[in-house]
Design a protein around this ligand. Structure first.
Ligand code: C2E
Ligand code: MG
Ligand code: MG
Ligand code: MG
Length: 277
């Protein structure tokens, strides 16, 4: 009968909801355990000066060594961390790891750490940055914090004040995934950024799409005009590298040069390089 069938469907639907809620709670609990029990690991991807190709820094990119599912990428757990607020302890852990690693690198190598919007708007952030630097005796200028362009849309004055306080610690600031966040170009000049990171998606089109290449050129020009450094992310081919150099892009990062790697591997790479001054 139709009525019973309807009720049956409803019961099935209810069970499915229970099931989903249950799975979500389980995933949240697993992430909580991962943070507490050091199942997370920070990988580092070198960033190069396009003229000369010296390594000038590395970006901290978190991974999860999951006991059953293997090595997980950020896209598989960062969204959950953001929804549940676990990004706050996770981000704090990454920041401390990154600052501690960077003390083992050559004197002026900079470590970049990604900040989620939730962290950016957290009152404790400033103290935590100061603490991470202080505990490791790392000068502020050796740390760079990356904020995505879309994170800037949420708030204005509060965000601006927070960024200025971070800058006052000597820390560098980068606007990440630039070109994807639909912020107005003019708003960029009100923020105290040192670096623009051009999003992978535009860099991927260099040498293939005239439109993407034009956007990349415009972003490089914008950076130059605002006296900011420009990093192209996601450089995968020799041709992209060459065209970016021709266009005046000062810094590059991508699989063509190096994939993200465990800390000890990066340290080995850095120690094999001729000393810089
Ligand atoms: P992102 O900050 O834009 O980092 C760059 C991403 O591009 C990394 O992905 C990197 O592995 C990838 N990539 C680098 N070179 C290439 C290339 O040549 N080709 C391609 N296709 N991809 C390349 P990953 O490690 O999967 O991280 C993804 C995103 O997760 C990051 O994007 C960042 O937004 C977020 N994330 C990573 N670690 C953290 C963290 O500790 N905290 C927070 N809040 N977010 C993080
Ligand atoms: Mg980044
Ligand atoms: Mg990016
Ligand atoms: Mg990205």
């Amino acid at each position: 009968q139709a009525k019973d069938a309807g009720r049956g469907t409803w019961r099935a639907y209810g069970r499915e909801m229970d099931q989903r809620l249950h799975e979500r709670l389980q995933r949240e609990e697993a992430l909580r355990v991962a943070i507490a029990e050091q199942q997370l690991e920070v990988y580092y991807q070198p960033r190069y000066l396009s003229q000369g190709m010296q390594i000038i820094g590395a970006e901290a990119l978190v991974r999860w060594n999951h006991p059953e599912r293997g090595l997980l990428l950020p896209e598989q757990f960062i969204p959950l961390a953001e929804e549940t607020g676990l990004i706050i302890p996770l981000g704090r852990w990454v920041l401390h790891q990154a600052c501690s690693q960077a003390t083992r690198w050559p004197g002026d190598t900079v470590v970049s750490v990604n900040l989620s919007p939730l962290q950016l708007h957290d009152d404790r952030l400033l103290d935590e940055i100061a603490q991470a630097l202080g505990e490791n005796d790392l000068p502020g200028k050796r740390l760079e914090l990356e904020v995505t362009e879309s994170a800037l849309l949420r708030e204005t004055q509060g965000t601006l004040d927070q960024l200025k306080r971070i800058k006052a610690l000597g820390v560098h600031l980068a606007v990440d995934d630039f070109g994807t966040g639909y912020s107005s170009l003019t708003s960029l000049r009100h923020y105290p950024f040192d670096v623009i990171k051009i999003d992978n998606s535009f860099v991927a089109g260099i040498g293939q799409s005239m439109e993407d290449h034009s956007i990349v050129r415009a972003l490089i020009e914008l950076g130059r005009g605002l006296q900011m450094r420009v990093t192209a992310e996601g450089v995968e081919t020799e041709e992209q590298l060459r065209l970016l150099k021709d266009d005046g892009c000062t810094e590059v990062q991508g699989f063509h040069m190096s994939h993200p790697m465990p800390a000890d591997e990066l340290q080995r790479l850095l120690s094999q390089l001729p000393a810089r001054d």
